[in-house]
Design a protein around this ligand. Structure first.
Ligand code: DX5
Ligand code: ZN
Length: 220
């Protein structure tokens, strides 16, 4: 079994102490930095954009996993590559020509990710799964941190895992939203490879220990 990964979401970090929180993740057992970009159109919230991402990637010492919650993401693929993104995830619901978008992301040297809103069925990925490096299953409605986990996610993970196996794909499964120590084990058992956690990590008393605990639960 490959190592299961932990990706703290900086959306829940203290923005007035961003460098401190980035260094904490650098020192921790976390594997990726998860970075949420929101445009106020695709989702009803605006997070941060290119200038902040540029400042962030000057300090990150781990893989940078960028989750774009924006309409028409094709406009910015090159920019996000230049800013230091390693994974670039676009939303299925925001892409008319998803195959073209995925090829464009790969052409810029990044891993291509596709995120699915809670209502978007797995079977829509049937003809594209082999091209995708990472599927981000939203386990909350995107736009905000600190929401509660949607239980139907377990069933979607199992369906996605079955599709990946059937097609002989190498796609990783990432779960995003409401991840805590209460659901981590069940998520991994269902087939998850990467757990994103924002509030659970950054709002805890000892984020370093929280990451360590989550990593241990995911790999027990
Ligand atoms: C939600 C974002 C998530 C969010 C997760 O739109 O995509 O990455 O930061 O936050 P928590 O872990 O607090 O649900
Ligand atoms: Zn996210």
């Amino acid at each position: 079994m490959s190592t299961k990964l932990i990706a703290p979401s900086l959306l829940a970090a203290d923005f007035a102490n961003l460098q401190r929180d980035i260094e904490m993740v650098n020192q921790s057992e976390a594997d990726w930095f998860h970075i949420d970009i929101m445009d106020g159109v695709f989702v009803p919230n605006i997070s941060y954009g290119m200038t902040v991402l540029k400042a962030i990637t000057q300090h990150t010492k781990k893989l940078v996993d960028v989750h774009l919650m924006i309409v028409d993401p094709d406009r910015y693929i090159k920019t996000f590559a230049e800013l230091g993104s390693n994974n670039l995830t676009v939303h299925y619901e925001a892409c008319t020509h998803l195959h073209r978008t995925i090829q464009a992301i790969k052409a810029e040297g990044m891993n291509a990710g596709v995120a699915l809103n809670p209502h978007t069925p797995i079977h829509l990925l049937e003809d594209i799964i082999k091209d995708i490096d990472l599927i981000c299953l939203m386990s909350v409605n995107p736009g905000f941190g600190g929401q509660s986990f949607i239980e139907n996610t377990y069933s979607k993970i199992k369906q996605l895992k079955a599709l990946i196996t059937k097609k002989g794909a190498k796609t990783k499964i990432e779960i995003d939203g409401g991840v805590t120590d209460k659901n981590a084990v069940q998520l991994i058992e269902a087939g998850a490879d990467v757990l994103v956690a924002g509030s659970y990590v950054f709002k805890s008393e000892n984020p370093l220990e929280t990451i360590k605990g989550l990593k241990a639960l995911a790999n027990q």
